[in-house]
Design a protein around this ligand. Structure first.
Ligand code: NAD
Ligand code: UGA
Length: 314
């Protein structure tokens, strides 16, 4: 039986990954600091199902606090490093030290320990490292140029991993996820705000004129790519993980109204600093090398997210 460490296991993607690994028969040690980026009660609810599983153990620990406790990597065959302070638009100003702790210092502790013990890693990087990308669809060799402090910490983490891989034998695959959505999505993200406003009543504010677009990726697809990267043996490669569902916010709002049969009160406000105009992944490397392809289109993925909050039309 394989045993994995999942950092950020109480988060949106981490809790979904932990569930999938346990379903596949693995043992999972989960670590999370329940940081204040969003409410602890949501994270507790996300990790509740796996907490009951006999092959799961939760350790509450701040990875940015220094060297990793030895017990965390005992008998571990691989580390999925997803813990981070996410959120592109919130990373300016006084929040930045928390980004340094949760993204850079935490990654440093994880790579030190993984390299020292020869444990392979998969790292959750981000499309935000491309900024307003120089080419579309964006391939992994496009020059990175993040336009948010968050994106800078993710790019720096990739470079830290590359440095440890070169001189300390670290084996790591980095995955650049493109805007992940689905049930349990973080409450600061667009789709979750939309479905919760539809379910409970309320208004959704679009940042800008709604013509910005994203290559939206369904969470089960992101998790499948993450497990495929570990199964293939982390190799020093970096892959884009994009859902192949590019849509503007205006497209999304129209689809959500159609699927829910409800109309949403929408207000158009200002663009927010750090927000890129467009993302579109060239995901041919992961398709060719790991045989991963997205299986969920935007319609089916959004329907699942609406259903999770009870707002899908019957
Ligand atoms: P999330 O906030 O739901 O999950 C992250 C988890 O990490 C949280 O539960 C948090 O408490 C934990 N954490 C943060 N700092 C920690 C620390 N210092 N020590 C221990 N635990 C800590 O976010 P998510 O959306 O699930 O994102 C997971 C990963 O994927 C992150 O690395 C994020 O940057 C990356 N990512 C997410 C998206 C997306 O669209 N959601 C896209 C690209 C990359
Ligand atoms: C998402 C995640 O939040 C980041 O953690 C991640 O690193 C990034 O994807 C990535 O792909 O790397 P983002 O694309 O901004 O970032 O995802 P959303 O928060 O869902 O926003 C999507 C679009 O909706 C953005 O243009 C945003 O400005 C807009 N939006 C968001 C609104 O108009 N209103 C809102 O209330 C929230």
């Amino acid at each position: 039986m394989s045993r994995y460490l999942v950092t950020g296991c109480a988060g949106f993607i981490g809790s979904t990954l932990a569930e999938s690994l346990l379903d596949d028969g693995a043992e999972v040690v989960g670590v999370d600091a329940f940081t204040d980026y969003y409410e602890r009660r949501r994270k507790e609810a996300q990790v509740e199902a796996v907490r009951k599983h006999p092959a799961f153990r939760l350790v509450e620990h701040d990875l940015g606090a220094g060297a990793l406790p030895d017990s965390l990597l005992e008998g571990v065959d691989g580390v999925f490093h997803l813990a981070a302070r996410p959120g592109v638009r919130a990373s300016w100003g006084a929040a930045f030290p928390a980004y340094l702790n949760d993204n850079l210092a935490a990654t440093h502790a994880v790579v030190e320990a993984s390299a020292a013990r020869g444990v392979p890693m998969v790292f959750a990087s981000s499309s935000s490292i491309y900024g307003d990308a120089l080419a579309y669809p964006t391939s992994e060799d496009t020059r990175p140029a993040p336009i948010s402090p968050y994106g800078v910490t993710k790019l720096a983490s990739e470079h830290l991993i590359a440095a440890y891989s070169r001189d300390f034998g670290l084996k790591c695959t980095a995955l650049r996820y493109f805007t992940v959505y689905g049930p349990r999505q973080r409450p600061d993200m667009a789709f979750q705000r939309i479905v919760e406003a539809l379910a409970a009543g309320g208004r959704f504010e679009v940042y800008g004129d709604g013509t910005q677009s994203r290559d939206f990726t369904y969470v089960a697809d992101a998790v499948a790519a993450t497990i495929a990267a570990m199964d293939a043996g982390p190799s020093g490669r970096t892959y884009n993980v994009g859902g192949g569902s590019e849509a503007t916010m205006r497209d999304v709002l129209a689809l959500v109204e159609e699927l829910s049969g409800r109309s949403l009160e929408v207000r158009y406000g200002e663009r927010v600093a750090g927000d890129v105009r467009r993302t579109l992944a060239d995901a041919s490397s992961i398709r060719d090398e790991l045989e991963w392809e997205p299986r969920f289109d935007l319609r089916s993925g959004l329907a699942a997210q609406l259903e999770a909050v009870g707002a899908l039309a019957s």
